[in-house]
Design a protein around this ligand. Structure first.
Ligand code: F6P
Length: 340
């Protein structure tokens, strides 16, 4: 049996560990053959394939990014089902392992409905995919954000400044919640909870009154209670012009003006997605890679591997689609006990 592997959507530390886990288990235990598909669905449509055997996966679990490359190409807008079937037939490919987030899994589901044999591996640093407790890449992003905030704290302390760290999280605040708790932030601002400037400045002032240099973590998708949908992430500023900076850059001068505390913002951006995965992410990703081989052998087309507690299970693609896993109010309230 010959299996194509592709990585699609934004990259994420741990992708290479999935590839290695699948290839090593498939080759050594089950005599499977693998082929790498370059740049996501695009490479499938373009028949851009590379060899994928033991030599190609040696030592890659610690490498960030993806050795296969990735793109956000949608196979229904580029190439179509007939072309995907044609490339698979011409190259003797029996099935595909699609490693990706919601968009990738949605395309994988539609292709499976058209009779193409696909199994999935969930991926997102944001940890917002339903149906799995954790996605690999999240732990690495939290680690990087936490370390960055520890660093921001010492410079903030030295100057008596308020430091604002903007982290990833377009729709959910998991990275902000976890890194904020780990770093002891005085406020955690997430998309799930609109907050007023008065409340934010209250937290800043109370940290200052306790002799602390205030540290705030804000998820990129956070909105003030005065912002409506027109002020979407990467959207418009207060004057209806394209906003150049992120939410952190927008908040910092306002906090400074209202509290009188000198304030600086740092946007961590893609640093959170780059570089070597943590040991936790390597283990989770490797287990996903090995488990997805079992899914293939059992013919679990249209399903993806997922983490439930400590067990790897497999669930239908649709369980991961349509609704994001948001931060529950109770988790936010728990973290907020530490703000004041
Ligand atoms: O979904 C993962 C994510 O890292 C988001 O947190 C972020 O908003 C987005 O991808 C960035 O996407 P891009 O790499 O296309 O700029």
């Amino acid at each position: 049996m010959k299996i194509g592997i592709l990585t699609s959507g934004g990259d994420c530390p741990g992708l290479n560990a999935v590839i290695r886990g699948a290839v090593l288990k498939g080759i050594t235990q089950h005599d499977l053959e693998f082929v790498g598909i370059r740049d996501g669905w695009k490479g499938l449509v373009d028949a851009d394939l590379i060899p994928l055997a033991r030599p190609q996966v040696m030592g890659i679990s610690k490498q960030g990014g993806t050795i296969l490359g990735t793109s956000r190409t949608n196979p229904f807008e580029y190439g179509g089902v007939a072309r995907v079937k044609e490339v698979m037939a011409e190259n003797g490919m029996d099935a595909i392992i699609a490693i990706g987030g919601e968009g990738t899994l949605a395309a994988a589901k539609r292709l499976t409905d058209e009779g193409i044999q696909i199994v999935g591996v969930p991926k997102t640093v944001d940890n917002d995919l339903s149906a799995t407790d954790y996605t690999f890449g999240f732990d690495t992003a939290v680690e990087i954000a936490t370390e960055a905030m520890d660093r921001l704290r010492t410079t903030g302390d030295s100057h008596g400044r308020c430091m604002v760290a903007e982290v990833m999280g377009r729709h959910v605040g998991w990275i902000a919640l976890h890194s904020g708790m780990a770093a002891g932030a005085h406020a955690i601002l997430i998309p799930e909870r609109k907050t007023s400037m008065d409340e934010i400045c209250g937290w800043v002032n109370s940290a200052r009154e306790r002799g602390r240099a205030p540290l705030i973590v804000v998820a990129e998708g956070f909105k003030l209670d005065t912002m409506d949908d027109a002020h979407s992430e990467r959207g418009l500023d207060a004057f209806g012009r394209p906003r150049l900076g992120g939410i952190g850059d927008m908040l910092a001068p306002e906090i400074e003006a209202r509290t009188g505390i000198e304030t600086r913002a740092t946007t961590l951006g893609h640093i959170q997605r780059g570089g070597t995965p943590t040991a936790y992410d390597r283990v989770l990703a490797t287990r996903y890679g090995m488990a997805v081989v079992d899914s293939i052998l059992e013919g679990h087309w249209g399903r993806m591997v997922a983490l439930r507690g400590t067990q790897i299970v497999n669930v239908p693609f649709e369980d991961a689609l349509g609704r994001l896993k948001t931060v529950p109010q109770s988790r936010y309230d728990e973290a907020a006990v530490l703000f004041g």
